[in-house]
Design a protein around this ligand. Structure first.
Ligand code: PMP
Length: 411
């Protein structure tokens, strides 16, 4: 279908992966700085994990939740240990969209209200309701989305204003909606750091203030950690950067390190409202649950969360020291760093320049991601097993690529 597009004019055909590297059909090696969109935190075809997954494949592949199996129980218990605060009940699904949809259904069941608030620039999925709360025009594929009692507020980040001012605007917009429609709204959903929206982090106390405002109206806070969860930002979950415990936390992507699995988790009180029958056929089937359990062990035993923090600091510092005229802003935390590109020439847009940069970097053996409302943000979200020397080599290549573009386009 035409909706399926590749990043590159000349896309590599990837046939093999090994930890932080992938290889094309000519056996050319690429350092993967996008990790399949924030999925392969423990690396491609990680031998330790593959051994556990294949053993489970040999023993028992699938039953669905209508029979008793052990891995799903072990995983639910393990998640209760690693999730923030009192989030100790988990429902398992397969994709991020499905888990967000489930989280929103749970919020409606618990509050007996139907509306939602979301942030502009947020992305929550491809189902009807999750697309309806997605605040990025290009990902709102369907023109007939839900509009009744769905409200968007500005994200607390604005290129031309101070962080504090942007935060006040966002909170003021929230207050106005709460005053008018608070008794009809079930939840506010947000990513703790916007991924697709261009790697946008919020001022430190934004979430604390949002949570306080919501509590007054019995509105739940759903935190979508689909892209940020499992060590990516230098904390197990990105919401931990803001000292807030959400009512519902959604995760997917990196939990299975490439085996599809997603979750929504909550506390005992809210979980009690999810009491009508519900089942996701593949949700945490034995293969997915076993893999996820070992992903959590692997993150812990290889100290990958700390590693994301340390290497992320290093990467960010080095990116800042590039001082390129093509760089407008550098954002993010841990191994989730965004570099916003600006075009110095009327000959091409920031998005076109970004495309040229990632194409050139790909030719040099580095796969860099791309996102942002204008599609002009380079996204650095590598497997957390990446080595410092991979980062150094990438920075050297990026320096040359940026210099080449500067000579071509700066007047
Ligand atoms: N939420 C966020 C923050 C995402 O980044 C994505 C996908 N990129 C989704 C939800 C949807 O996840 P999926 O593609 O697994 O349905």
């Amino acid at each position: 279908m035409p909706a399926t597009a590749h990043f590159y004019q000349d896309p590599p055909h990837i046939v093999r992966g090994s930890m932080q590297y992938v290889f094309d059909q000519h056996d050319k090696r690429y350092v993967d700085f996008y990790a399949g969109v924030s999925v392969m935190n423990c690396g491609h075809s990680n031998p330790e994990l593959i051994a556990k997954t294949t053993k489970q494949l040999e023993d028992l592949q699938h039953t669905s939740t209508i029979y008793l199996t052990q891995p799903i129980v072990d995983l639910a218990e393990k998640l209760a240990d690693v999730l923030p605060g009192n989030l100790n009940r988990t429902f398992f699904c397969v994709t991020g969209s499905e888990a967000n949809e489930g989280a929103m259904a749970l919020a409606r069941l618990h509050t007996q209200k139907r509306g939602f608030i979301a942030l502009k620039g947020g992305l929550h999925g491809r189902t009807h309701l999750t697309m309806s709360v997605t605040g990025i025009p290009m990902w709102r594929l369907d023109d007939q989305l839900v509009e009744d009692d769905i409200y968007f507020i500005d994200r607390p980040h604005h290129p031309e204003t101070e962080a504090k001012e942007a935060m006040e605007t966002s909170l003021q917009q929230l207050k106005v909606i709460l005053e008018a429609r608070g008794e009809h709204i079930a939840a506010l959903i947000l990513e703790p750091i916007q991924g697709n929206g261009g790697i946008i982090m919020y001022p430190k106390d934004y979430l604390i203030q949002v949570k306080q405002l919501l509590s007054k109206h019995n509105i739940l806070l759903i935190v979508d950690e689909v892209q940020t969860g499992y060590g990516r930002t230098g904390k197990m979950f990105a919401v931990e950067h803001y000292q807030v415990i959400p009512d519902i936390l959604v995760s997917a992507k990196a939990l299975g390190n490439g085996i599809p699995i997603s979750t929504f988790s909550t506390n005992d009180t809210i979980a009690a409202s999810f009491n009508k029958p519900s089942a996701s056929t593949f949700g945490a089937n034995p293969v997915a649950a076993t893999t996820a359990l070992h992903v959590l062990d692997y993150l812990n035993s290889h100290q990958l969360v700390k590693r994301a923090e340390t290497l992320g600091d290093y990467l960010k510092e080095k990116l800042v020291s590039l001082h390129s005229k093509l760089i407008k802003e550098i954002r993010g935390i841990g191994l989730m760093i965004g570099v916003e590109i600006q075009s110095p020439s009327s000959k091409l847009t920031g998005a076109e320049l970004t495309d040229q940069i990632i194409e050139d970097m790909k030719n040099k053996g580095f796969l860099i991601g791309k996102n942002g409302l204008e599609r002009n943000v380079l996204a650095f979200q590598p497997p957390l097993v990446i080595e410092k020397q991979d980062i150094d080599q990438m920075l050297e290549a990026l320096t040359n690529t940026l210099a080449k573009s500067e000579t071509l386009y700066c007047d």
